[in-house]
Design a protein around this ligand. Structure first.
Ligand SMILES: [Zn+2]
Length: 174
């Protein structure tokens, strides 16, 4: 005998999770369900609920796969619908996160380029300063102010290049 068909009128039996009787859609008569089946439906259903609680795409896919084995039960079909909806939402929020990451990567790249240009400029200035120092040294016309200015530029070049390296390190972490 088909457990989902009313033996009296041939109507569909409405099975409910955890209930040991099913009501016929057509004649309204209650029919006993096999206790082992009741237990099995409940087990599949709660296992699917457990998978859903992971709140991951894999969890929902697993829940759907399990619920499809008892899809003749209305509650299982409702749960499958719920899982599919949650999957859509998960996909949408993942897409938003990727978009946000892409935007912040672009910002990081732009900042990195600015720092690189600054480093190159300051290194060139420091190099020019050193050449200038050597020329003045040879000529014997070195002033204190000139030495301090050139040392400051060299220090700035070092600081900016260190900052640039720190920044590049952070960029590759994210
Ligand atoms: Zn019936």
């Amino acid at each position: 005998m088909d457990p989902f068909i009313c033996p009296i009128c041939g109507g569909k039996l409405n099975i409910r999770i955890g209930a040991d009787k099913a009501e016929c859609d057509s004649c309204g008569k209650l029919h006993e369900i096999d206790a082992a089946d009741v237990a099995r439906y409940r087990e599949v259903y709660s296992s699917a609920e457990h998978a859903m609680r992971q709140n991951t795409a894999a969890g929902y896919a697993d829940a759907i796969r399990q619920l499809q084995t008892i899809a003749f039960i209305d509650e299982a079909r409702d749960k499958i619908k719920e899982c599919k909806q949650r999957l859509i939402e998960l996909r949408a929020s993942r897409f938003q996160r990727q978009e946000a990451n892409r935007l912040s990567d672009r910002r990081n790249t732009r900042l990195g380029i600015v720092l690189l240009i600054l480093t190159v400029l300051l290194c060139a200035a420091a190099l020019a300063g050193i050449v200038y120092l050597i020329v003045r040294w040879v000529q014997g016309t070195l002033s204190k102010g000139t030495v301090i200015t050139i040392l400051c530029v060299a220090a700035a070049a070092v600081i900016v290049s260190v900052l640039g390296r720190l920044f590049a390190g952070r960029g590759s972490d994210s």
